[in-house]
Write a protein that binds this ligand. Structure first.
Ligand code: UT7
Length: 326
């Protein structure tokens, strides 16, 4: 049986750290509010000259080195992002050139915070079908570039980063197992970036009205986030004929510690199995689960055959979970 096995992971976080006391000087907020309402203590911010592809490049190099694979061997390169370098060409093509992945077929995938899981699910199909043998999946975001630094409702939440995984077609029982995905376009207005696309092209007015920044009705998103992540987390376990006892680590999207705790409680997973890095990085959208996977693999002593679950929720709305047999 052929599977898409993850043979290497990597991540990259920009050097600049923005902590809660820095934010206290920028907007009417305080460390106590941010920590108690979100769990975030600090986040990383890309340098002015760092685009999403630059973060993606560093994460990719690390993933390729850990897999022992050269860029020329990559046949498929997918970048999950909502903060592409530019609307076109795709960040995947830009990354291809920087990486020297000459042979790769490249495209971007936009599923917001669920992007890494959607991308794994997509690449899994190509590898299992035998269309390609080696793939690179990168989730990279520079959310700081679309954050309204005057809006305390959103600017405390987000950060920049990138995570990457190299996958290979192998005859094995290990790899990306059954995936559960879900989308609901009825809630697009609760979380979006209004201008800069074909609906509201950039004008002086759109800039003045701050429409090129991410907007979120956080409170309304919160409830649906919990429900959707619970459903996705449980469905992925069910479609793989597993129980929660089989799962060694759950790597959830990190939008809010209270969301993660509520999801863990509702699915009945002991909190020791749940991975957290929100205190260090905030919400990095698609990059969150990719960086989480790399950190769990490298720091938590994941062993051959261990079962991991990634679960996420984001703009769209999109939601999904995937089981990985390590
Ligand atoms: O990544 C994918 C999707 N994203 C999510 O899943 C995020 C989901 N939402 C959330 O995590 C939470 O809703 C937030 C963290 C965004 C907000 O927390 P909340 O407990 O839902 O707060 P709230 O929006 O209901 O606001 C409560 C109060 C308000 O003041 P009043 O109206 O009660 O006087 C806000 O103005 O907190 C105020 N507030 C702040 N105060 C200090 C909002 N932001 C801040 C802030 N500092 N940064």
């Amino acid at each position: 049986m052929y599977k898409a096995r993850i043979v290497g992971t990597g991540s990259y976080l920009p050097e600049r750290v923005l902590n809660n006391s820095d934010l206290e000087k920028m907007v009417d907020t305080n460390d106590e509010w941010i920590v108690s309402r979100t769990g975030i203590r600090e986040r990383r911010i890309a340098a002015d000259n760092q685009a999403t592809s630059d973060l993606a490049l560093e994460a990719s190099k690390e993933a390729l080195a850990s897999a022992g694979i050269k860029p020329e061997e990559i046949e498929l390169l997918v970048v999950a992002t909502i903060t592409p370098d530019m609307l076109f060409p795709s960040t995947a093509c830009i990354l291809q050139a920087k990486l020297g992945a000459k042979k790769a077929v490249c495209f971007d995938l936009n599923a917001a915070c669920t992007g890494f899981i959607y991308a794994l699910s997509c690449v899994k199909q190509y590898l299992e079908m035998g269309t390609y043998k080696t793939a690179l999946v990168v989730a990279a975001e520079t959310l700081s570039k679309v954050t309204d630094w005057q809006d305390r409702n959103t600017c405390v939440l987000f950060g920049d980063g990138a995570g990457a995984a190299v996958l290979r077609r192998e005859q094995t029982e290990r790899g990306v197992m059954g995936v559960y995905l879900n989308s609901n376009g009825n809630y697009a207005e609760l979380l979006n970036m209004p201008a800069g696309g074909s609906k509201i092209p950039a004008t002086e007015n759109t800039v003045r009205e701050r429409l090129h920044f991410l907007k979120m009705k956080g409170n309304e998103v919160f409830k649906i986030a919990v429900q959707s992540m619970v459903k996705s987390a449980n469905e992925a376990v069910r479609v793989n004929n597993l129980t929660w006892d089989d799962v060694k680590f759950i790597i959830p999207h990190q939008a809010n510690t209270r969301i993660i705790n509520a999801v863990a409680k509702r699915v009945g997973v002991p909190i020791e199995k749940v991975f957290f890095n929100i205190h260090k990085y905030g919400n990095m959208s698609a990059a969150t689960t990719a960086v989480g996977l790399d950190e769990v693999v490298k720091k938590k002593g994941v062993k051959k055959g261990d079962i991991l679950e990634l679960v996420a929720f984001g703009a769209g709305f999109t939601s999904g979970a995937c089981i990985i047999r390590w």
